[in-house]
Unconditional design. Structure first.
Length: 221
C-alpha cells in the first residue's frame, strides 16, 4: 500500500477510536477509566495495521509521533476527555506513543513481528488489569506513585499471556513456541507493570516484553 494512504488511514482509525470513546463516555456516562482503556486497546491494536500497511518506517512513525504532541496537549488542556485520568503525575498517554515510535524505529526493518508482539501485553494486559483492578481490586499494594491490586496483576498476567500467545501463534504457526514464549513474557510484563510508577509502565512494559520475546525466540527459532 502507498505509505501516504497508510498515514491517512492511521489518523482516521485513531480519531475514530477517540470519537467512539468520547461518545460512549457521554452517552452511557461511563467512567473515564473505562474509556481511557478503550482508547488504549484501540490504539495499541493499530500495531497490526502499522505492520500490514506501511512499507517505510519513517512514514509509519508519523501518526504515533504526532500523538506524542497531541496527547501532551490533551494532558495539559484536557482536550480528549475520554482518555484523561485527571492525575497530573501520570503521563502514560504521552509515554504510549513514545514507546510505539521507539519500537517502530528499532524493529520495523528488522522484524515487524517483534514490534507487534511487544505491544500486546501493554495493549491488552495493562488495559484489563486497570479496569478489573478498579472494579474488583480488593487486595491493594502500593508502589512509588500509585496503587495496584493483586486482582489487577493477576488479570495482567492472564490477559498478557493470551495476547502474546495468540500473536506468536499467528506469526509462527506453532502452539508450542507460542506457549513457551508467552508465559515468561507475561510474567515479566506483569512484574514490570506492578512496580512502574507515574504511567512509566507504558514505556517499560513494551521494552521488557520485546526483550523477553527476543530472548525466548533466540532459543526456539
Amino acid at each position: 500500500m502507498n505509505d501516504y494512504l497508510a498515514v491517512l488511514i492511521a489518523f482516521v482509525c485513531v480519531f475514530t477510536v477517540l470519537g467512539v470513546a468520547e461518545g460512549l463516555r457521554r452517552t452511557f456516562k461511563l467512567p473515564v477509566e473505562f474509556t481511557r482503556k478503550f482508547v488504549h486497546v484501540g490504539v495499541g491494536m493499530w500495531a497490526w495495521g502499522t505492520a500490514a500497511l506501511f512499507q517505510d518506517k519513517w512514514f509509519a512513525i508519523i501518526p504515533p509521533a504526532s500523538f506524542i504532541l497531541l496527547n501532551y496537549i490533551s494532558y495539559r488542556r484536557d482536550v480528549f476527555k475520554g482518555m484523561e485520568s485527571g492525575d497530573r503525575s501520570n503521563l502514560g498517554t504521552v509515554y504510549f506513543p513514545i514507546a510505539f515510535v521507539a519500537l517502530i524505529l528499532v524493529f520495523f526493518d528488522y522484524d515487524k513481528r517483534l514490534f507487534v508482539a511487544a505491544l500486546m501485553p501493554l495493549t491488552w494486559g495493562d488495559a484489563f488489569a486497570a479496569v478489573i483492578g478498579k472494579l474488583k481490586g480488593a487486595h491493594k499494594y502500593k508502589v512509588i506513585g500509585g496503587t495496584r491490586s493483586l486482582e489487577g496483576s493477576l488479570v495482567m498476567l492472564v490477559v498478557s499471556f493470551v495476547a502474546v500467545w495468540m500473536t506468536i501463534l499467528i506469526f509462527y504457526h506453532s502452539a508450542m513456541i507460542a506457549l513457551i514464549v508467552a508465559l515468561p513474557v507475561a510474567i515479566l510484563a506483569t512484574l514490570v507493570e506492578a512496580v512502574s510508577p507515574w504511567g512509566l509502565d507504558n514505556l517499560l512494559v513494551p521494552a521488557s516484553s520485546v526483550l523477553g520475546i527476543m530472548l525466548m525466540l533466540s532459543f526456539l527459532v
